[in-house]
Design a binder for this molecule. Structure first.
Ligand SMILES: CCCCCCCC(=O)SCCNC(=O)CCNC(=O)[C@H](O)C(C)(C)COP(=O)(O)OP(=O)(O)OC[C@H]1O[C@@H](n2cnc3c(N)ncnc32)[C@H](O)[C@@H]1OP(=O)(O)O
Length: 128
């Protein structure tokens, strides 16, 4: 389903999902407080990149089964963020990946690790 409210990221996927890179400039209304980007948004960006590692590795739909995030430095809003994810481990039903969000000057904003599991095309829950 198209989601006009999504981040509309265009992932760069290398080596069959071993590496994923996305860029995103979160808008001002996504601040938590004091012009600091909300941690949930940073988690979402890490999640997106890690999920694309899983989707590209399995070459089928996949969802996040686990996500752990560490917030290292505050990020401003309205600034381009760089998100790099890298595959760590692959097993039959699980891909593990790590990811980092950085600013253009290299400042480390957040890091995360996640586990992604493949699902069938009919996975999505039905609307009530
Ligand atoms: C375009 C894309 C960009 C979008 C990016 C956003 C991605 C998302 O946000 S996806 C949405 C958030 N995620 C979800 O909604 C997923 C919800 N969870 C689920 O649907 C299920 O729990 C699912 C599919 C992950 C796994 O379910 P299921 O296949 O039934 O497995 P389950 O019975 O829980 O576990 C079976 C085995 O898998 C393994 N396993 C499951 N989860 C984990 C885990 N987190 N870590 C390690 N092993 C695990 C274990 O071996 C487990 O066996 P046991 O329970 O005995 O340890």
């Amino acid at each position: 389903m198209e989601n006009p409210f999504g981040f509309q990221v265009k992932p760069e996927i290398k080596n069959g999902g071993e590496f994923v890179y996305i860029e995103c400039t979160p808008a001002e209304h996504l601040q938590g407080w004091a012009n600091i980007l909300h941690g949930g948004i940073l988690s979402t960006l890490l999640d997106e990149a890690i999920t694309y590692v899983g989707i590209s590795t399995f070459n089928q739909p996949a969802v996040t089964a686990q996500l752990e995030v560490r917030f290292r430095n505050p990020a401003p809003t309205c600034v381009k963020l760089h998100v790099c994810a890298e595959r760590i481990k692959v097993s039959k039903r699980l891909v593990e990946a790590k990811a980092a969000v950085t600013l253009g000057d290299g400042t480390l904003i957040a890091t995360g690790t996640g586990k992604v599991m493949p699902v069938s095309e009919s996975f999505a829950p039905k609307s009530p």
